[in-house]
Design a protein around this ligand. Structure first.
Ligand SMILES: [Zn+2]
Length: 98
């Protein structure tokens, strides 16, 4: 029955390999899912900051919404009738009607 033993071992090895492959795939997908969950969490926080942001405080909207930072924007000289405000942290510029 040598042939059957060999066959049996071969099948057992295939099943074992398939099992390992599926466990690895599951672990990979769980890691991927955790990353997406983290991104959803961060996106929800940004969504809340979009609602909370108000230009009254003169804070940079990009830093506030994307990085949860409160950076005050400073006016920079301009020839137009618009005031240009610049963030010293992210260098974003905003035009504000005066
Ligand atoms: Zn900024």
């Amino acid at each position: 029955m040598k042939a059957f033993d060999d066959f049996s071992k071969e099948v057992a090895e295939q099943v074992d390999n398939e099992n390992k492959r599926l466990h690895n795939e599951k672990a990979r997908l769980e890691t991927e899912l955790a990353k997406v969950d983290e991104q959803i969490f961060l996106a929800e926080q940004k969504k809340r900051r979009v609602v909370a942001y108000t230009s009254d405080g003169g804070l940079c909207p990009y830093c506030f919404i994307h990085n949860n930072l409160s950076i005050e924007m400073k006016p920079i000289p301009s020839d137009s009738e618009l005031d240009i405000m610049k963030c010293k942290h992210c260098s974003s510029e905003l035009e504000i009607e005066s």
